[in-house]
Design a protein around this ligand. Sequence first.
Ligand SMILES: *Cc1c(COP(=O)(O)O)cnc(C)c1O
Length: 369
Amino acid sequence: MPTLVWDYLPEYHDEHDDILDAVETVFSSGRLVLGKSVSSFEAEFAGYHGVAHCVGVDNGTNAIRLALQAMGIGRGDEVITVANTAAPTVLAIDAVGATPVFVDVDPSTYLMNVEQVAAAITPRTRCLLPVHLYGQCVEMEPLRRLADKHDVLILEDCAQAHGARHHGTVAGSMGTAAAFSFYPTKVLGAYGDGGATITGDATIDANLRRHRYYGMEQRYYVVETPGHNCRLDEVQAEILRRKLRRLDQYVKGRQAVADRYAEALSGTDLVLPTTAEGNTHVYYVYVVRHPRRDEILDALKAHDIQLNISYPWPVHTMTGFAHLGYAEGSLPVTESVAKEIFSLPMYPSLPRETQDRVIEALRSVLSTI
Ligand SMILES: *Cc1c(COP(=O)(O)O)cnc(C)c1O
């Protein structure tokens, strides 16, 4: 068996009874869609973030898409974000007919370079979409000042930042709305797909509820604005309720793995992750950097270690986004880090022996290249 960057089976082994009890709870409840587990999870997830509303949806991509729609963003509008992100961030902007506008990233955190945002704002800008990538937050204060000054909205992409803190404030509570994914690998992951949008705004909440339910206020009611079917599954919601109680414990587990990597690899010429001032990093992924990345990854394969890159192709260089007109070289930091970054195995239940194997193999590969 090759060493995997992520594996849910150790966690399933530990939490087996609770997970199966969640399934039984839903199956015996008499209500399989939008029942008590979804509404309880929504209340608990909103409560965790100290915001008034949460709407559970079927995945993170739709959490972003419906949030944009619920905020009234569509054709002709510009949304400022980054190209160093998972493609779904940008696909969701595209799906509502808005235009993604990219700024570059910071070379040490790989997060949105907030100093470039002001210059990217035009009369058509309606929303800033910071991505709290890899598990730590974008610097929010300058974005909030800009949003206030130009009367634009903020949507936080929190798909990689469940439980992350920024100057003590939890990710997802610093914008107009925030979108989460519960894809199994995420810091709070379901046993299948899931997502949610949270907001303090009652109108956005009401819009989200309609958009996820065909555009209806309630069952068999009229469609005013055509919507979608993007409901969070009841079983996933019940599993997420159980796992939300353990979120801070999962984060501690990830931080312990990160500390171990940092200690064991500090003497090497790998560039290790840096945590920006005021941030608590939750390490969705542990991203390191080296100019000879491809050789290192190849050499690790001989040790039966297969690592990931998040992300090898910046979104603006993808064929499907060629129409946006970003030439190669237009986002120089994003493009150069994409050639050098890679991710080490990271999940809270990552066995100690696997950590040892990865550290030893990396140290040995690094000493020979
Ligand atoms: C995972 C992810 C998404 C999309 O979530 P899905 O549940 O896979 O649709 C969006 N943005 C970022 C930054 C992600 O990591």
